[in-house]
Design a protein around this ligand. Structure first.
Ligand code: BG6
Length: 461
């Protein structure tokens, strides 16, 4: 079987400013929550490696743009650092403007379309001290930041996105201890989600006002939710999980409103957020031109037994519990399920339920711990497992496109191995390996493979 891809397709890779940029306090940048957290609790970070140890894109962006073009990538998604562009939230940092303009131009010069995101889990510390996303102030601050970015870089960037996986800073920061401020409160998490939806919409409003020649979207992790069985209880768990994890951002982003189901579910458990006058009108204005879809693994759920529930409801575990599917195929190097069909199911959901809105796969990838063990005698990582992973997912992307899905690209997480939150450098993802000592890049087998796939616009079996 030959799997061909459209003539115009975004082949690329993704990363984010806090995970790749470096230059922690260079050029006037102020601290984000990650910088501060590492100062306060370095032991929480794998091997005590904090956000200052990155792939140093701040100094290496020209080299990287060239390496991308060497393997035929024609697009790249990263983010702007809010606390670099506006170190105190108000004053424009001219050095940052010069850096980003040259960075984006270098990508363009190599034929690489920069797709630019605004927020990738990196809340400026000064704003966190005022309450972060819990404070309504954050909405106006974010809108101002977005407007500034559009004004400064609107001529170089055609594709903008507001957030990366907004549900993640909600759940990891307010229902766990994976992001600062390490709070555990469902009610507060839901308020944060509402403010995030408002901030997204406010940025879209700013974008439309400027009348730029481009598009604006949002990057969501639309993991499909599969129930253990077709029993009434399991199906209800699936529906609840889908609404809470996926549709809480998808519905406002595409349809401009929250679903009735979600509102009823939250009301039933006294979990509705504070909604002020004008909020729902603002959310209505946040409809996007396209979606970025991040997909790693599906969510599998089962019904929650009555004895497992606690009252008052203060956890998402009240609505559904993880179901360990015995037939699952695993990425044993990262502990995540591999289920390529999921990417097809998401594409079909967007086609059937969301007006076939254009989307691209903005993240998909295979993390591998201790990847050095796969290095051959010439010093190249032979990542056949990653080639197989990408191949299998691309097969389903191709099938979805053949059936009418409006998918315009595929980005691997990530281009060159990058730093990752509490995991630091534990899991490697890149087409290029990064030597942690020297920062030097070297191509992996998957980098060579993708070059050929892009050249031929088809999968090589
Ligand atoms: C995605 C995030 O969900 O997962 C990235 O957008 C993150 O920021 C990636 O790095 C991989 O996660 P991890 O923990 O394996 O590095």
């Amino acid at each position: 079987m030959t799997h061909t891809f459209p003539e115009h397709f975004f082949w690329g890779a993704a990363t984010s400013a806090p995970q790749s940029e470096g230059g922690q306090y260079a050029g006037g940048r102020s601290a984000s929550t990650w910088d501060k957290w590492f100062e306060l609790e370095p032991e929480r970070f794998n091997a005590n490696i904090g956000p200052e140890v990155t792939s140093d894109v701040y100094n290496r962006y020209r080299e990287d743009a060239k390496l991308m073009s060497d393997i035929n990538l024609n697009s790249y998604r990263t983010s702007i650092s809010w606390n670099r562009l506006l170190p105190d939230g108000k004053t424009l940092n001219e050095e940052a403007v010069a850096f980003y303009r040259d960075y984006f131009q270098s990508l363009r010069d190599e034929g690489v379309e920069p797709i630019m995101n605004l927020f990738h889990f990196d809340m400026p510390w000064w704003l966190m001290e005022k309450g972060g996303w819990e404070s309504r102030e954050s909405i106006d601050h974010f809108a101002f930041y977005a407007k500034t970015a559009f004004e400064q870089f609107g001529d170089l960037i055609t594709y903008w996105t507001t957030f990366n996986e907004p549900i993640v800073h909600v759940t990891c920061g307010y229902l766990g201890e994976y992001h600062w401020p390490k709070v555990n409160s469902l009610k507060r998490a839901i308020q944060v989600a509402h403010h995030t939806n408002l901030a997204h919409a406010a940025a879209v409003v700013e974008y439309r006002k400027l009348g730029l020649d481009g598009q604006i979207g949002n990057i969501l992790n639309l993991s499909p939710v599969y129930p253990r069985s077709q029993s009434e209880g399991d199906l209800k768990a699936k529906k609840d999980a889908e609404e809470l994890h996926v549709k809480s951002f998808l519905e406002p982003t595409v349809k401009g409103k929250y679903s009735d189901y979600l509102i009823d579910l939250l009301r039933e458990h006294d979990l509705l957020p504070v909604v002020e006058e004008g909020d729902l009108e603002l959310i209505e204005k946040g409809k996007v031109d396209f979606l970025g879809v991040n997909y790693y693994q599906p969510i599998r759920v089962r019904e929650v037994e009555e004895h497992e529930k606690t009252y008052p409801v203060n956890s998402l575990g009240h609505f559904s519990r993880h179901y360990d599917w015995p037939e699952k195929r695993m990425n044993k190097y990262r502990g995540w399920e591999i289920y390529p069909e999921g990417i097809y199911d998401i594409a079909m959901m967007i086609k059937d339920e969301y007006g076939n809105l254009p989307f691209y796969i903005s993240e998909n990838g295979m993390g591998v711990a201790e990847e050095e063990r796969f290095m051959n005698e010439d010093g190249m990582i032979e990542d056949d497992y990653r080639i197989e992973f990408i191949h299998d997912h691309l097969e389903f992307v191709q099938k979805a496109i053949a059936e009418g899905a409006n998918c315009f690209g595929y980005h691997l997480w990530t281009f060159v191995d990058c730093w990752s939150w509490l995991n630091s450098y534990k899991n490697r993802y890149g087409f290029y390996r990064m030597d942690l000592e020297t920062g030097d890049r070297s191509i992996k087998k998957s980098g060579k493979w993708i070059k050929k796939v892009i050249e031929e616009k088809k999968l090589l079996d």
